[in-house]
Design a binder for this molecule. Structure first.
Ligand SMILES: Cc1cc2nc3c(=O)[nH]c(=O)nc-3n(C[C@H](O)[C@H](O)[C@H](O)COP(=O)(O)OP(=O)(O)OC[C@H]3O[C@@H](n4cnc5c(N)ncnc54)[C@H](O)[C@@H]3O)c2cc1C
Length: 394
């Protein structure tokens, strides 16, 4: 494990800091913008911020320069995330999620035409994406999904339903995992299609969650005609591509962006303890010290992931450790913060105007973190099999 940064890496961090100082509008430096999901003002700011990042060459710094990146190393990417955190930058609209997930998949498996068509509008925030994987009855057991895409000349005809599709209501495109090979074993019958969300036959129904937001949606496909050249990779390679996408979602995306959220949660808890004059209370001190240790532990795991990513280019099975530890640490932190607020927290509706409303929001939202991107139970199964070498459970 390497904890030291080279002079080039430190110069890179300093360049990023100066750029952020000059370009990040003061009005956007509000930490609460991190979580806001379905507010038109947030969407507008996040989209403008994405465009600014793109114009400055900061939207996908690890990508090659000719594709809008700056060829940065994983360490530089990490340092950039630290600078975003320090500057209090909001979450960009395409967020590292879409860029790291479908962007990386198109970079690796897409045709030249797909790269030319999709990468620039993805980075600049002109086009928003959603991830069409989960279905009713196919979440953890993703390979059992039933949405079908049948070939009809030069198009695929898609029928089926997706669920929990984050931001499908504002997305322009969907990367859709569907069944195209009907005579193959279930994992080998899947393909990844890029679907224009304005195609006739698609309907989207937002689902309200317990925070009051409607972050995700149900999406219905009825005889949706998708040009066959929008298939990524070869027919039947969808499972392999989807596993690469999910490994990024649990690994680098988690390391780079989720740690910012957890550090923010810790700052928020400390701020509330200070405001409520509870810093001298022994239980509060114990819990905050424990939370700080867990946040530090996550940071060290992040360094380990970076070292591995630098050496192998792959997140590896250990990304499941970060996913479990990160999501469960955040849940514990939210519970501590709720305890600090006492009746104020329990009595307030989730929102952003007052610190206690935000605590209620973050406490409720954190419940989803051990589910999204693969549940804690599934991650523990993966750790048992791939790291401990235990046999598959029944
Ligand atoms: C905030 C949020 C955003 C999301 N965004 C998206 C999105 O944009 N696109 C998308 O495609 N999906 C999205 N999802 C869906 C997410 O990927 C699924 O919820 C997740 O994979 C779990 O699937 P499920 O909900 O069907 O639960 P199930 O798979 O039905 O699991 C139910 C319970 O059973 C347990 N379980 C299941 N199988 C096993 C097993 N083999 N061993 C032990 N326990 C098991 C699970 O851990 C869980 O506790 C999102 C989810 C959340 C919460």
């Amino acid at each position: 494990m390497d904890f030291s940064f080279s002079s080039e890496e430190l110069a890179f961090a300093s360049e990023a800091r100066s750029w952020l100082e000059k370009n990040l509008p003061t009005a956007w430096r509000k930490e609460h913008m991190w979580t806001r999901a379905d507010d038109p003002l947030w969407v507008e700011i996040a989209r403008d911020w994405q465009r600014l990042l793109y114009e400055g060459g900061w939207a996908a710094i690890s990508w090659p320069r000719e594709l809008g990146g700056r060829g940065a190393t994983v360490v530089e990417r990490w340092l950039f995330e630290q600078e975003l955190d320090r500057a209090g930058a909001p979450r960009p609209i395409a967020s590292s999620g879409a860029v790291d997930l479908i962007g990386t998949a198109i970079l690796r498996h897409g045709t030249e035409k797909q790269k030319q068509r999709f990468l620039k509008p993805l980075l600049s925030g002109e086009e928003l994406w959603c991830q069409g994987f989960s279905e009713p009855g196919a979440g953890s057991d993703l390979a059992s999904l039933r949405t079908r895409a049948e070939r009809d000349g030069d198009v695929f005809v898609v029928n089926g339903q997706k669920v929990w599709t984050s931001h499908a209501d504002i997305a322009d495109w969907c990367f859709l995992l569907c069944r195209t090979e009907f005579d193959q074993p279930r994992h080998r019958g899947l393909s990844l299609l890029l679907v224009d969300m304005r195609t006739p036959g698609i309907s989207v129904r937002p689902l309200r969650q317990m925070t009051g937001e409607a972050e995700f949606c149900e999406v219905f496909f009825s005889d949706v005609r998708v040009p066959a050249d929008l298939l990524v990779g070869r027919p039947g390679s969808g499972w392999e591509i989807a596993m690469g996408i999910l490994a990024h979602e649990r690994g680098p995306v988690w390391t780079f962006t989720f740690q910012r959220k957890i550090r923010r949660s810790l700052r928020h808890a400390l701020g509330i303890a200070r405001r409520r004059a509870m810093l001298g209370d022994s239980l509060t001190r114990q819990q905050l010290a424990q939370a700080w240790m867990e946040v530090k532990l996550l940071e060290l795991m992040g360094y380990r992931s970076l070292t591995r990513l630098k050496k192998t280019g792959q997140p590896g099975a250990e990304s499941s450790l970060e996913k479990v530890l990160g999501s469960e640490t955040d849940q514990r932190l939210q519970e501590v913060t709720m305890r600090l607020l006492d009746a104020l927290g329990l009595g307030s509706a989730p929102g952003w105007e007052e610190p206690w409303q935000r605590t209620t929001h973050d406490y409720l939202y954190a419940r989803s973190e051990t589910i999204m991107g693969g549940t804690s139970e599934i991650q523990r199964n993966l750790i048992a099999q791939r790291i401990l070498g235990l046999p598959r459970g029944s």
